[in-house]
Design a protein around this ligand. Structure first.
Ligand code: PAP
Length: 352
C-alpha cells in the first residue's frame, strides 16, 4: 500500500472527509448497538424503570450497560492498575477509603487527610460511569497517579480479555446476600427518581431471589470473581465484609500486601500505629460523622448525583434480621448454599 504523501496529510479537505467517515462509522456502530439493546430481555429496575439482561447480567441502561459496552470497547487497562470490584452494597465505600488511604499513606497526614473533606467515592473513578462523567479526574485516565485505582460493579464475565489478562489486580468484596438485599432495597428506594413507585420489600425479595436487580444475579457475580481468584490468586483477592468488620487490621495488612505496599514493621509498631490509624480513619463511625458525608453530594454523572449520607446507613452485620422473616432468610440461605455448592466457596456461620 502506498504511503500517503505529507501534502495529503495536511490537506484540510481530505482530513475533513476522513473525520466525517470516522463519525459515520461511529454512528453506524452506535445504531447497531442500540438495535442490539432493543432485542435484549427487560426486567423491573429498582432504581430506574427497567433493567436489561446483557450477557447474563441485569444492568440499568444509562450507566450499567452503556458503561459495560464502553469499557469493553475502549478501556485500556495497565498491568499496574488495581480494581475494586463488588456487587452493589457489599462494602465499596469502605474499601475505597481503605485502599486510597493505604496506597497514599506516605503523602498525607492523618489530621489533614483528604478523606476528612471529600467523600470516599471521589477518591478514585467509578469505571462504569467513566464515559459519561465530565469531571476532570475521569476525563483523563492517563493523568491518574500510579497505580491507577478504579471501582467497578461489573461482573468478571463482562470485563474484556484485555483487562483480565493484562496482569492488573482486583480486590473483590462480598457480603451475606441477606444483608445485601436489605441494604440495596433501602439505598435504591432512597435515591430512585420520585416518579417511580416504591419497591416493597416482598417485591424486592422476589426479584433478588430471581437474580433480577442491578448487576444481578448476586451469586453469579460472586462466583465469577471467586473462580477467577482460584485461577489467578496473585491477581484477585476476595474479601468478606463480615470478616473485615471483625478484624479490620488483619485484613488491612493482607490488602496492603496484595496491593504491593505492605506495612513495614515500624509502621505496625505501637508508636506509629499506621494500620490502626487507617482503620480508624475509614471506620463507619468516623466517616459517617464527617460533615462531607452528612451533607455532601457525589456527582457520578449528569444523571446520577447521590447525597453522601446514603452510603452510610448502619454498617452492621445481620441487620437483615430486622426486616426479613425467618422463612425469607432461610429461603435466601438455601439459594446461596445451592449456588455455591461444589464451588469451594464457603458460606456459613464460620465465615460470617
Ligand atoms: P455502593 O455499592 O452503593 O457503593 P457500598 O458502599 O458497597 O455501596 O455498601 C454500602 C454499605 O456499606 C452500607 O451497608 P448497610 O446498608 O447495611 O448499612 C453502609 O452502611 C456500609 N458502609 C459504608 N461505609 C462503611 C464503613 N466505613 N465501614 C463499614 N460499613 C460501611
Amino acid at each position: 500500500m502506498a504511503a500517503s504523501s505529507p501534502q495529503q496529510c495536511c490537506n484540510p479537505t481530505t482530513n475533513n472527509k476522513k473525520k466525517e467517515r470516522g463519525e459515520e462509522e461511529e454512528e453506524e456502530k452506535y445504531e447497531k448497538q442500540r438495535e442490539m439493546i432493543r432485542t435484549l430481555p427487560k426486567g423491573r429496575g429498582w432504581l430506574t424503570k427497567e433493567i436489561i439482561l446483557y450477557q447474563g447480567c441485569w444492568l440499568p441502561l444509562n450507566w450499567g450497560l452503556e458503561g459495560a459496552l464502553f469499557v469493553q470497547n475502549h478501556f485500556k487497562a495497565r498491568p499496574t492498575d488495581i480494581f475494586l470490584a463488588a456487587f452493589p452494597k457489599c462494602g465499596t465505600t469502605w474499601l475505597r477509603a481503605l485502599m486510597f488511604a493505604t496506597i497514599n499513606r506516605s503523602q498525607y497526614d492523618f489530621s489533614t487527610h483528604p478523606l476528612l473533606n471529600s467523600g470516599p467515592h471521589s477518591c478514585f473513578p467509578f469505571l462504569d460511569l467513566y464515559f459519561s462523567n465530565s469531571s476532570s479526574i475521569a476525563a483523563n485516565l492517563d493523568a491518574l497517579p500510579l497505580p491507577r485505582l478504579f471501582a467497578t460493579h461489573m461482573p468478571y464475565s463482562l470485563l474484556s480479555k484485555s483487562v483480565t489478562s493484562c496482569g492488573c489486580k482486583f480486590v473483590y468484596i462480598w457480603r451475606d446476600p441477606k444483608d445485601v438485599l436489605v441494604s440495596k432495597w433501602h439505598f435504591l428506594n432512597q435515591i430512585k427518581s420520585k416518579d417511580l413507585p416504591q419497591l416493597s420489600l416482598p417485591e424486592a425479595f422476589e426479584l433478588f431471589c430471581e437474580g433480577v436487580s442491578e448487576y444481578g444475579p448476586f451469586w453469579d457475580h460472586v462466583l465469577g470473581y471467586w473462580k477467577a481468584s482460584q485461577e489467578s490468586p496473585n491477581n484477585i483477592l476476595l474479601l468478606k465484609y463480615e470478616g473485615m468488620k471483625r478484624e479490620p487490621a488483619v485484613y488491612l495488612k493482607t490488602l496492603a500486601e496484595f496491593m504491593g505496599v505492605p506495612f513495614s514493621p515500624e509502621e505496625e509498631e505501637e508508636e506509629e500505629g499506621v494500620v490502626e490509624k487507617i482503620v480508624e480513619l475509614c471506620s463507619f463511625k468516623n466517616l459517617s460523622n464527617l460533615e462531607v458525608n452528612k451533607i455532601g453530594v457525589e456527582h457520578f454523572s449528569d444523571e446520577l448525583v447521590i447525597e453522601n449520607h446514603n452510603f452510610f446507613r448502619k454498617g452492621q452485620i445481620g441487620d437483615f434480621k430486622n426486616y426479613l422473616t425467618r422463612e425469607m432468610a432461610e429461603h435466601l440461605d438455601s439459594i446461596t448454599m445451592k449456588k455455591f455448592s461444589g464451588t469451594g466457596l464457603i458460606f456459613g456461620a464460620s465465615t460470617q
